[in-house]
Design a protein around this ligand. Structure first.
Ligand SMILES: Cc1cc2nc3c(=O)[nH]c(=O)nc-3n(C[C@H](O)[C@H](O)[C@H](O)COP(=O)(O)OP(=O)(O)OC[C@H]3O[C@@H](n4cnc5c(N)ncnc54)[C@H](O)[C@@H]3O)c2cc1C
Length: 466
């Protein structure tokens, strides 16, 4: 049997591509190496609790009825109703630096007022920057990917602290590049976080992923778990089949891979020369989860998410140490507009982390280092946040090494390679990529990436005739 399309990976982009193709009656199969779906945004169990791996918040939140936003388009293309996702908007989030703080909600004008109050000399320039962002076509698949955000920001704003404060959340939530950001990516993230907003699905990623899997299977899609692709057999510049670990071979007319660009080409036989020169992603995180015996609000945590830097200037780089304790994201999962309050309190702390450092440690040193760096990260933020340590009833941390192990992304790079392939093409004619390395990041971004790559490379003719 030959599949019309074989999709590698059951993360958000792979599932979305699968649903889209199955809806158009394609014979489609998703192969996933792991035993759970979700990839970078999956879930896991510890001590009878289910934790989301990567969910702080869904970006791009728009309310029901807004059809032209990325969320509205995604729902329409995958045939969901807004209420199916059970999204709970954020209360209020904050960018906290030593001298300044900027709060934001899902109402963009509130953020503009904050900038006006905190940076009065910059507000006119900021409004001009916003106009540029509003008119920029960031999702053009053939568009410019090389302009630097830092160059554009400096051409509008003269206060480096404001530039750093704007970049801090956008980089933490979607930047694969050290020190700077591609301007189109800055625009994507600016719109998705500040101009649209943040929300959480009431029942977490397990629920959201189950919805996607049900939709996919109901449309006739096949999902094979524990099925790792060992090689993509691409003789004469065209994929003929893929071989799974264990030896089984599956034939397909088209293959869409969400593994990552280099990760995909590394599996190609014969090997592609790009593998040698293509930049691999380096940026990854250590994430610590703290379950509390009370509402975080009672301890003084009233924001949904705080993006912070304990130093006046923010640096987004792979740290020299195992983690960078001077900046991070503190997410308070309780502070979203749930219909029922969660049973326990949960805080998540994210710090930039160095894959090679973690990877070099022996097992016993690795366990010890996780404890030690978690303690240091906490000590560092206690000048900035209330002390919650006495209320912790359970804690867990994972590192870039865990991320690589469970998702296959080289270096545990959460946002993949700094060089994106917006049209998803590879040197192999019928092999395309979607997801992280295509360039649409995060939960909504990856989902839209799967949809757009399915539309562009498989459904184009059908969509054109409809
Ligand atoms: C700690 C953390 C926090 C995050 N927080 C947020 C957040 O708050 N909000 C947000 O919007 N986004 C967040 N993200 C980012 C978001 O999770 C990702 O951008 C998105 O999930 C990427 O989806 P994807 O489909 O592109 O890739 P992936 O999810 O990586 O999917 C790729 C899949 O391919 C599978 N695979 C790999 N190799 C093979 C192989 N050889 N054979 C078969 N299968 C294979 C993997 O197992 C994986 O399931 C976070 C990520 C992390 C790690």
């Amino acid at each position: 049997m030959t599949y019309d399309v074989l999709i590698i990976g059951s993360g958000l982009s792979g599932l979305a591509a699968g649903i889209r193709l199955a809806h158009f009656d394609k014979k489609v199969c998703i192969v996933e190496k792991h035993i759970e779906v979700g990839g970078l945004n999956s879930f896991y169990q510890r001590k009878n609790r289910t934790f989301d791996v990567g969910l702080h918040a869904m970006t791009n939140y728009t309310p029901k009825g807004v059809r032209t936003s990325p969320l509205g388009k995604l729902l329409k293309q995958l045939r969901f109703r807004h209420e199916d996702f059970q999204l709970c908007p954020q209360h209020m989030s904050e960018i906290r630096f030593p001298e300044k703080s900027l709060r934001f909600t899902n109402e963009f004008e509130f953020f503009v007022q904050e900038v006006a109050e905190q940076f009065p000399s910059q507000i006119d320039a900021f409004r001009k920057l916003v106009r540029k962002i509003e008119t920029f076509d960031e999702i053009d698949l053939e568009g410019d990917t090389r302009t630097s955000a830092s160059t554009v920001l400096k051409s509008f704003l003269s206060d480096p602290v404001l530039i750093d404060m704007l970049c801090c959340p956008l980089m933490f939530y979607g930047n694969a590049r050290e020190g700077d950001m591609d301007f189109y990516q800055f625009v994507i993230m600016f719109k998705s976080i500040f101009m649209e907003g943040l929300a959480k699905p009431e029942k977490g990623m397990h629920f959201l992923l189950s919805l996607l899997v049900e939709k996919y299977k109901a449309a006739g899609g096949e999902l094979r778990m524990g099925a790792e692709v060992e090689s993509i057999n691409a003789g004469r510049g065209k994929v003929e089949s893929v071989t799974l670990k264990g030896g089984e071979t599956l034939a397909a007319e088209t293959v869409i891979s969400s593994m990552g660009y280099v990760e995909t080409l590394k599996r190609c036989l014969p090997e592609m020369s790009e593998v040698e020169t293509w930049p691999t992603g380096q940026l990854s995180f250590m994430e610590s989860l703290f379950v509390l015996n009370q509402e975080p609000r009672n301890l003084g945590f009233d924001k949904s998410i705080v993006f912070f830097s304990t130093r006046p200037r923010f640096e987004y780089r792979v740290p020299q140490d195992l983690i960078d304790i001077t900046s991070g994201v503190l997410c308070c999962s309780n502070n979203f507009d749930y219909s029922e309050p969660p049973k326990e309190g949960l805080l998540r702390l994210t710090n930039l982390a160095c894959f090679s450092g973690w990877n070099a440690l022996l097992r016993k040193d690795y366990v010890q280092a996780k404890k030690q760096w978690r303690t240091q990260a906490l000590d560092s933020i206690l000048t900035f946040f209330p002390d919650f340590r006495d209320s912790v009833v359970f804690l867990d941390s994972f590192t870039p090494k865990t991320i690589q192990k469970y998702t296959g992304h080289l270096n545990g790079a959460v946002y993949g390679s700094p060089r994106k392939v917006k049209n998803g093409a590879t040197p192999v004619k019928n092999l395309f990529i979607c997801g992280t390395d295509q360039g649409f990041l995060g939960i909504i971004g990856a989902t839209l990436s799967g949809i757009s790559m399915a539309n562009l490379h498989v459904l184009q003719k059908q969509l054109g005739t409809q």
